[in-house]
Design a protein. Sequence first.
Lengths: 349, 379
Amino acid sequence: MVRWFMSLAAVVLGASVASAEVRLQGAGATFPNPIYQRWVTEYQKSHPDVKIDYQSIGSGGGIKGITEKTIDFAGSDAPMSKKELDAAGAPVVHIPTVAGSVVLAYNLPGFKGELKLTGPIVADIYLGKITRWNDAAIAAINPGVRLPASAITPAWRTDGSGTTFVFTNYLATQSDQYKETVGAGKQVKWPVGQGGKGNEGVTAVVQGTPGAIGYIEVNYANANKIPHALMQNKDGKYVKATPESVAAAGAGAVQQMDKSLAVDIWNQPGADSYPIAAFTYIIVYKDLGYLKDGAKAKALVDFLGWATTTGQSLASEMDYAPLAAPVQAKVKEAIGGLIWDGKPVLAAN
Amino acid sequence: MPATAPAQIELPPPAPPQSRRRREWSSIMQDRGLRLSSDTVLSWLTRGSSLAILGMLVTLLVVLTIAAVPSMKAYGLSFLTSSEWRPNELEQPRRGPDGKVVMEDGELVIETLPPQFGALPVIYGTAVSSALALLFAVPLSLGAALFLVRIAPRIKVSAPVSFLIEFLAAIPSIAYGIWGLFVLVPFLQGVEMSLHQSLAHVPGLHWMFYSTLQVGTSTVERPIAMTGRDMLCGGLILGIMVLPIITAVSRDVLSAVPRAQIEGTQALGATWWQSSWEMLRYSRSGLFGAIMLGLARASGETMAVTMVIGNNNQIVLSPFAPAQTMSSLLANEFAEASSELHRSALVQVALILLLMSLAFNVAARWLVVGKEARTAAAH
């Protein structure tokens, strides 16, 4: 018995000594989780000595983790607020990894063709000012299609989420009344409609309620084949959410990326840009000293570099928008600025 | 201890009589200079365990209270009476007393409204959904308990039926939720839609199908969308979930009714129904305790309710309107609550929920145990 225990202990000890591998722990946003998991799998194929673990616990949890330095990198859909930056204590770097978009999914039984919507109309629907599908404002931009007279039930997320953050921030640019009465944030108090928890909850409301409209991530809408509306962009064009149109929105925002890469890419100019889009970020400290291990710092920088270049080719097939070339250049610069022991990690290689 | 333990396991001879074995044990202990008797050790271990459990409850209360302090400071008692739950900040142009926007140097003055947290809608949601649950579950449970005590033993189905009812209690909450979402919700939606068509214009029932809301500065009336995810569905799911516990406890309470009591009523010429009523009346405080236990479970139940109640922080009288309970609020919002005040407000909701459940459980225990003691005294 005793001998058995000892041999077991020896095996366990031996195993942990033998693996001198580098472990990186990340946590945060759920939206990019599918592609992060894919990246980790692919990256580890060529780097078997690096173990990366990403837990999708929510952006808030990720930011909390990196602030308390209990994780090595955080995933977040929303950039850190000024308050959160102050709490972090040291300069942090936001690295855009992919962009995503929010679409307006609808349930109109018998409706054929493509529904077009504008920002102000969507704002009025969510404010409870537009109540029927055959409202004059909707009919005016959808000539030649018959819209039913049924009531509109707006559906929204009940849990705090990056999706709501992007959607509400976009609406705030479209309607002053919306901005002043509902406002923007990861979670807001909606005056009308039905709530659902998560993309799946909102989708359930939309699919189960004739006349409903709801905002969900484009990946989720495509995976479940839910029709979604064309949105009018800043240039007045009606655009469908595709990896290309969202990447175009990201490219449109590149001139704002002077100091921080955390920029808003909703409502961007450009004939092809889809208006309700946002980057999702990996957040690390500029000085990687908190990792307490040079090998970890090197591995993290290498993984980030790989994900934002080679890894980008996986984005489109998973319905994320890849980073446009000018954005990639900015990201490369930012990763080059990460330091370990006073020196840039990349230059040391 | 760890070094000697395996050796001792090998020592005892095969199946010695109980008394001899005990003597051997103590003599081994004494041989090795261990004067501590096993009784003393066990007694301290059990004391430690019970204190640890008590300690957990106390630390839970302390930790929750400390975490809820920022919210208590910010809102005080108005936390319980305010129905505004808005986790985001609002930027509005400042308006003067005349309702016009204030201009300074030709520019709008923008003021930021801080987040606002009030728990009244979720307290209301918890109270109403639990009440609905009891409304569905109590008659069914009492009926089933009476059957189990009075009829089932005669036709020899007591054990299998009891087993099935107790099995219901072991089904995980999420399984009820999924069943609710895919079976109950579509069913209720169909029922509600036909109710809407047939009853919406009946005078006096208007409130069931319409809700009023604030759009800008005007109040408008809107038909409630019949989605099946509403207070009624939440109450129904909870009712099904508390059914086993109320049934099981009621069965035990009813079977504790002294035989003499039942036979006495029958001797006086009571019909089966009258003697059953007498049983229920006799054990009413115990049954009330069973219901309180069900209430405690209903008010704290989370996952299944979150999936079917519609999750809207509002107070609308209609059972067809979506609502939110305290526990579903926590399930929805805790993961992404990033501001300290939001977190603290949620913790305060959790604290209220904990204290409520505690009160229900204490009341139930007092009623059930009190009844049993009285019954025992009657024998």
